[in-house]
Write a protein that binds this ligand. Structure first.
Ligand code: ADP
Ligand code: GLC
Length: 475
């Protein structure tokens, strides 16, 4: 089966979160399973720099405000995964992130930048952007890719089916209604329950939800949650109307990147049979972050975007209890300035027990996850979450709020969880974790159970293949 993924980021070249990890690992797992999976990506500088063995496959001319757009096909450095890269310097060639400038402001032309991504997704699917290859299945990820589903619907006859995967409903790609003419879509796409208008704005997310043949999200629990007002971000009605087409498939772990037995970033490698070799990873992190190097203090870690989603304000409230129970905390993250400041302040107040590194650092993320005893995710909502899966694999037991993918991947034999999004519940779970950690045989057995859990991508890839088959059979 030929599958084209349409996405705005891909590890290790461009990454703001778990989406990038998925877009790197899922197509690779699909190829290993015999599918012909490819990816189309915007030509940001980091992607163009990594592009190898490329040929021009399409000349798009002037599109979405860019004077000259071309499509190249090749592979990215150290990868054999075929990729299509949209070369549009006016839209993509700039310093800063994929969605924001270096100061954290959204790019003003994100509507055009991601309309172009959707345009190429749909034209590749329709067979007129690469005459040598046409996907049977177009797999669009998050709002950035959603317009491909809408645009493909306008291209009869349709030989490709579309799957739209929601990685995070909170980011919707909403733009001024007055910019609709910039999309080049017929007026009928705008209005009505299945139009892309949403509460007086354009919503790319809604376009994907109404126009894809099938919708998926990244855990079964989140698939249920987003049909409710509490988690639906206003789109719960749209999602309920498509309940029969909404599926939840858990993400996996890429063993080439996250494996404590081979990880090049950590000071001591280990596996489930040699957990003593994890101890130097802990001492290293304690020392690196200026904490007292104590094997008798349970070390909690956070590796996260600092956003409202992640519930880290609850952790600030619960921190005195964590410290009173004898615990230490290390945090690696960036985002919300107030949270960054508050965690820095906590580190200043407790220099031997709290260590904070503000920023994004791939190698340190591996060292934190290998070195800690517990990885914390007190999220308000969590579509899937990858860091708890990395924690399981590294014998670093997750402490999570029981929502979304966290509820589906962590149980009492592999970690700790709490229900209410408040500091009291988090405190209770922290105390529970500390008590379990002090019971060495129990802890060791939990670590071994966690490390043996299978969260490989092959299971997820097989579930997606089933989903693709089901939507190919649909009318
Ligand atoms: P989300 O996509 O909501 O941020 P996930 O748990 O799915 O959450 O994925 C987060 C990914 O980003 C993981 O690969 C995690 O290791 C990584 N990550 C998050 N914050 C940082 C950071 N400050 N430095 C390095 N990696 C980070
Ligand atoms: C989103 C979600 C996260 C999920 C990731 C990859 O960023 O916040 O829970 O793991 O996408 O699917």
């Amino acid at each position: 089966m030929r599958v084209l993924h349409v996405a705005a980021e891909m590890f290790p070249f461009v990454k703001t979160g778990g989406l990038a990890d998925v877009v790197a690992a899922l197509p690779a797992a699909q190829r290993a399973a015999g599918l012909d999976a490819r990816v189309v990506l915007p030509g940001y500088p980091a992607i163009l720099d990594a592009l190898r063995r490329s040929r021009k496959v399409h000349d798009g001319g002037a599109l979405f405000g860019a004077a000259r757009v071309t499509l190249r096909q090749g592979v990215l450095a150290d990868s054999e995964l075929p990729v299509y890269v949209i070369d549009a310097p006016y839209l993509y060639s700039r310093e800063g992130g994929p969605y924001q400038d270096a100061a954290g402001r959204e790019w003003r032309d994100n509507l055009q930048r991601f309309a172009l991504l959707g345009w190429y997704g749909s034209h590749l699917a329709a067979g007129d952007a690469d005459t040598r290859w046409q996907p049977q299945l177009l797999h669009c990820h998050d709002w950035h890719a959603a317009l491909a589903c809408t645009m493909l619907r306008l291209h009869p006859p349709r030989s490709s089916r579309t799957v739209f995967t929601v990685h995070n409903l909170a980011y919707q790609g909403r733009f001024d209604l007055g910019d609709f003419p910039l999309l080049g879509l017929p007026a009928r796409c705008l209005d009505g329950l299945d139009g892309i208008e949403f509460h007086g704005q354009l919503s790319f997310m809604k376009a994907g939800l109404v126009d894809a043949d099938v919708i998926s999200t990244v855990s079964p629990t989140y698939a249920r949650e987003i049909t409710t007002a509490e988690f639906g971000c206003g789109l719960e009605g749209v999602l309920r109307s498509r309940a029969d087409d909404l599926h939840g498939i858990l993400n996996g772990v890429d063993p080439a990147v996250w494996n404590p037995a081979t990880d090049p970033h950590i000071v001591s490698r280990y596996d489930a049979a040699h957990l003593d070799d994890k101890a130097p990873c802990k001492a290293f992190i304690q020392q690196q972050m200026g904490l007292s190097v104590r094997s008798d203090a349970p070390l909690f870690a956070v590796v996260s975007r600092l956003s409202q989603q992640k519930g880290l304000d609850l952790l600030l409230e619960a921190l005195p209890a964590l410290l009173a129970a004898g615990g230490q905390l290390v945090l690696l993250g960036s985002g919300d300035a107030a949270l960054e400041g508050a965690f820095r302040e906590a580190a200043r107040a407790h220099p031997t027990a709290v260590g904070v590194q503000v920023g994004y650092d791939e190698a340190m993320a591996h060292r934190f996850i290998a070195g800690a005893d517990v990885i914390l995710l007190p999220s308000r909502f969590e579509p899937c979450g990858l860091t708890q899966l990395y924690g399981l694999r590294y014998g670093t037991l997750p402490l999570v709020r029981r929502v979304g993918g966290l509820a589906d991947t962590v149980d009492a034999s592999t970690g700790f969880s709490f229900d209410a999004a408040d500091a009291t519940s988090l405190r209770g779970a922290v105390q529970h974790a500390v008590a379990a950690w002090r019971d060495r045989p129990r802890w060791l057995s939990m670590q071994q159970t966690a490390m043996e859990r299978d969260h490989s991508w092959s299971a997820a890839a097989a579930a997606y293949t089933e989903l693709y088959r089901s939507c190919s059979l649909k009318g």
